[in-house]
Design a protein around this ligand. Structure first.
Ligand code: BGC
Length: 899
């Protein structure tokens, strides 16, 4: 790759490069004398880009009556901001006017969360929209490209079909009088469905639809099937799996508009036919058994002879509402060819993917009809090379493929998934090749938005296993693990990882859905449950698990400016807080089941619960304030103050300045959230520091709760060096210890265990520290009281021997990035701030003297004084060992030199 680029550069690109260079010189701001800036003569205006509706790109099936619009802005000059926008929504892609909505020119710097206020949207329509903006100098941008969205079925009465079932194959043939002009299918196939039209799979979703509390809500998915259909005879075919529904039921509606204006509607009813297919058994935990001899060729095509097919039956409806699945679907994300194949016993082949994944294996095989190939999955191997499935507990994780004996057969399961690194193949006819099986990585297709890397390899390794652990545990809900007999939406795991997830992936639509799932489990008494949907665990949830509800709602507000989430959930959040309050004794909620789960040094669960009670009440108070509910805000802030008092009365030892025995977690939580009284803060901090450094040689003894906050607390107290020491350890207990022992995803426990006890090797919960990489090492922070990265604090911690770090987050308002390099007498800092945002940038000067600070070619500071100004840099001062710069949008390249 590299050589190719170099070659093409040297041969043909010189004239191009020369012109580019000339343009760069011409357009770069020129500085004259005393810091006076002369702007470039010409400006390239740029249209808004990345248009979204409800966080999604050109979504289908939007069932929100006032969907929200999002776009991002670009500008060729620094320090820019949108001053106004104009948006039109119309029924035609080429319209110059908005027949549905025209905002006119709106003076606003907001380019996100703009709620629709046009004419009432109709069911099953396509709407087109575009937007343009004005900058602060009154210059208008070109119109954006046209984006679109489709509405779903907005009212229950739009659904004409009924829930049907039978065997796992369902089909229906029908006639279309003309070529379709527009066709949409709406489908909810429980537990899982695969939809096929005229012999081909529709769309690229797998394990669809997402998991919900089916008695409250089932999700439906909308597809554009205009091109899959044709004039004349067509066939709709659906394969159903059990999934979490543990049964089969289909609701489907197809609406077709013909070129001739004809309207055809097909829906699920008892005129459909059903028969058993090749999937003999399917279970999420146990696997899938597929007998290819039972395939019915042509069943998904028109003209199929429905011999032995029976009429579909009406089945019991799941019971709740149908809602559009407005989040990325689960998909096959990548395919991995194994690194290694071994044969630890005759006829037993073990493939190593080199990476623990969630998904399944694709099998390639040739052999006699009736041969049963067995695939078993595991995270671990025994010393003798055989797979170790002990930690899967009761999950069998075993697929079978029975050959039909017709040349090369390629198969993969549809309605199960496994968490594994190793695949054991037995019953294979002959000797398999290394690529006879491939790993298929399967999870919710959230877009990656973050990047972090630095000069310390162990931290890059940790970042890598955090990412793998995180994404492979997104399966329409955040799961605790992907391999054993759980894979539940454990709320504690969900809340501790949420911020890390939001920095690494676009989680907005995903969590919007999850929060609704949480609301769906709420009882009349306000209680919620440990897992959502509720299968395992208790009602009421451990407060450290239930807090996922207020906390994720709050993060949605902080990271995406999602005030609607606060509005829509306010009443339920309040009910939840009132529930906690009803359980409080003397101002403290003390009941706890898990507390600081899987800690090495126990912190009393009652302290953890009391901490989250305080946190939840504060969030509710903030939400009330933001929503203009002044009185409620005051009441809850007052309650928070009472909890604070009770907390210290109960847990703070005034003599030793330790909380509840002084474990790392017990002292961390009150420091993190400001519960520790001012006069005790220093003492508590000292105890925490001593415990970490002297008692544990810079190792954590925290469980998942303490771990989430402890590094931030160390940075808060100016001890990022210590946080770095902790994160770079490789002996027990540490992240490096996991990596040294071969982890490719995070473990559930600090300890290395591989037996039948609880020891998943893919549990994302300790990945919460990933947020600290961005905040501390890459220095990307939301300013206090700011939301959606409108105000940033860029303050990289240039710790110890770290010589470089870089991070970027493609935020809801655009790209934020920071990268730095530290040499002997030179520090480079590159910062990128999106249009409309401002950043306060901290550049530490360490012990350097005779400082010179440049931005690009411009000398900003030398001889202890300001020299010149650079475009976009509003202020610069040297204070407390840092240069502090206030900058507007744009890319900056700072260079600090000294002696
Ligand atoms: C899960 C955890 C979960 C916990 C509750 C475990 O079985 O795997 O991650 O949070 O139970 O304590």
């Amino acid at each position: 790759m590299k050589t190719k680029i170099q070659k093409s550069l040297s041969r043909d690109s010189f004239p191009f490069l020369a012109i580019l260079l000339a343009l760069m010189v011409f357009f770069s701001p020129r500085i004259y004398g005393n810091g006076q800036i002369v702007a470039p003569e010409t400006r390239e205006t740029l249209a808004p880009y990345d248009l979204r509706i409800e966080y999604l790109t050109n979504p289908l099936g939007v069932d929100v009556s006032q969907p929200r619009f999002f776009w991002k802005n670009n500008h060729s000059e620094r320090g820019q901001k949108q001053a106004a926008y104009e948006l039109i929504v119309s029924t035609s892609p080429t319209a110059e006017k908005g027949d549905m909505w025209e905002t006119g020119k709106v003076n606003s710097d907001s380019s996100i969360q703009i709620a629709y206020e046009g004419k009432a949207l109709q069911s099953n329509q396509t709407y087109y929209w575009k937007v343009r903006i004005w900058d602060e100098q009154g210059r208008v941008s070109p119109w954006s490209q046209v984006a679109r969205f489709d509405t779903g079925l907005l009212s229950p009465s739009d659904w004409k079909g009924e829930w049907i079932g039978g065997d796992n194959l369902l089909r229906k043939e029908f006639e279309l009088p003309s070529t379709p002009r527009r066709a949409r299918v709406f489908i909810s196939g429980l537990g899982y469905y695969e939809l096929r039209i005229n012999g081909r799979k529709v769309g690229d979703h797998v394990l669809d639809p997402g998991w919900t509390t089916f008695s409250k809500r089932a999700l439906y998915v909308t597809y554009d099937v205009t091109r899959a259909l044709r004039k004349g005879r067509n066939a709709l075919a659906v394969m159903l799996g059990q999934g979490w529904y543990k049964d089969r039921a289909l609701m489907l509606q197809l609406n077709v508009e013909g070129e001739d204006g004809s309207l055809t509607e097909i829906h699920s009813d008892t005129s459909w036919k059903t028969a058993a297919g090749p999937i003999i058994e399917d279970s999420i935990y146990n696997g899938e058994n597929y007998d290819a001899r039972l395939e019915q060729p042509g069943w998904d095509q028109p003209g199929f002879e429905e011999k032995d097919w029976k009429p579909a039956q009406k089945v019991k409806a799941p019971g709740g509402v149908l809602s559009a699945q407005l989040m990325p679907a689960i998909k096959v994300i990548e395919t991995i060819v194994p690194l290694k194949m071994t044969s630890p016993a005759p006829g037993v082949y073990v493939f190593d993917l080199g990476q623990n994944i969630s998904g399944w294996a694709q099998l390639r095989v040739r052999g006699p009809r009736g041969t049963d190939v067995r695939l078993r999955f595991a995270e671990l191997l025994y010393d003798n090379g055989m797979i170790n499935q002990e930690n899967l507990r009761s999950a069998r994780a075993e697929d079978h493929y029975i050959l039909k004996g017709e040349g090369e057969e390629i198969w993969e399961p549809r309605f199960t998934y496994h968490g594994f690194r190793y695949i054991e193949v037995t019953g294979y006819p002959g000797t398999p090749k290394i690529d006879s099986v491939r790993g298929r990585v399967v999870h919710t297709a959230v877009a990656p938005v973050g990047n972090f890397s630095c000069s310390k390899q162990i931290l890059n390794d940790i970042q890598r296993i955090i990412l793998w652990g995180q994404k492979t545990n997104l399966h329409s809900i955040p799961t605790d693990c992907d391999q054993r007999d759980e894979r539940m939406g454990w709320m504690g795991d969900a809340q501790v990882t949420a911020e890390e997830a939001m920095m690494n992936y676009d989680m907005a639509a995903f969590y919007t859905n999850f929060l609704r799932n949480i609301r769906d489990v709420q009882g009349d008494d306000g209680s919620i449950t440990d897992t959502v949907p509720h299968i395992w665990g208790s009602r009421p949830a451990d407060p450290a698990w239930g807090t996922a509800y207020p906390l994720i709602a709050w993060y949605m507000y902080q990271y995406y400016s999602d005030k609607r989430i606060l509005e829509e959930h306010y009443d339920s959040l309040k009910k939840y807080v009132e529930f906690l309050k009803s359980k409080a004794e003397n101002g403290l909620v003390k009941y706890s089941y898990y507390g600081d789960w899987v800690a090495i040094d126990k912190c009393p669960g009652s302290l953890v619960s009391a901490f989250y009670y305080y946190y939840d009440v504060k969030i509710l108070a903030e939400a009330a304030r933001i929503l203009g509910k002044q009185q409620e805000a005051e009441a809850y802030f007052k309650l928070a103050a009472q909890i604070k008092e009770a907390f210290n009365r109960e847990f703070l030892d005034q003599a030793t300045r330790n909380y509840a025995g002084g474990s790392q977690t017990a002292n961390t939580l009150p420091l993190f959230i400001g519960l520790a009284p001012d006069k005790a803060r220093g003492g508590v901090w000292g105890n925490l520091f001593n415990d970490l450094v002297y008692k544990h040689d810079s190792h954590l003894t925290t469980g998942i709760i303490g771990t989430k906050y402890i590094l931030d607390v160390l940075t808060m107290f100016g001890n990022s060096d210590l946080a770095y020491d902790i994160m770079t350890k490789t002996d027990f207990p540490s992240y490096g210890y996991m990596i040294k022992n071969g982890a490719t995803t995070l473990w559930e426990l600090w300890q290395k265990r591989e037996g039948p006890s609880m020891n998943s090797h893919n549990h994302p919960m300790f990945g919460s520290v990933g947020a600290w990489f961005y905040r501390a090492l890459a220095g990307i922070n939301l300013a206090p009281d700011s939301i959606a990265f409108k105000k940033l604090i860029i303050r990289p911690q240039m710790v110890r021997d770290l010589t470089h770090a870089s991070g970027s987050i493609y935020t809801i308002n655009g790209q934020v990035s920071c990268s730095w390099e530290k040499g002997d007498r030179r520090i480079k800092l590159n910062v990128e701030v999106p249009v409309g945002s401002q950043a306060e940038v901290y550049l530490p000067v360490f012990k350097l003297r005779n400082l010179k600070l440049y931005e690009g070619q411009v000398l900003l500071w030398s001889d202890n004084e300001l020299k010149n100004k650079a475009a976009g840099v509003d202020s610069l001062e040297l204070k407390g060992g840092n240069f502090i710069l206030k900058v507007g949008s744009g890319s900056y390249h700072f260079i600090l030199e000294g002696e």
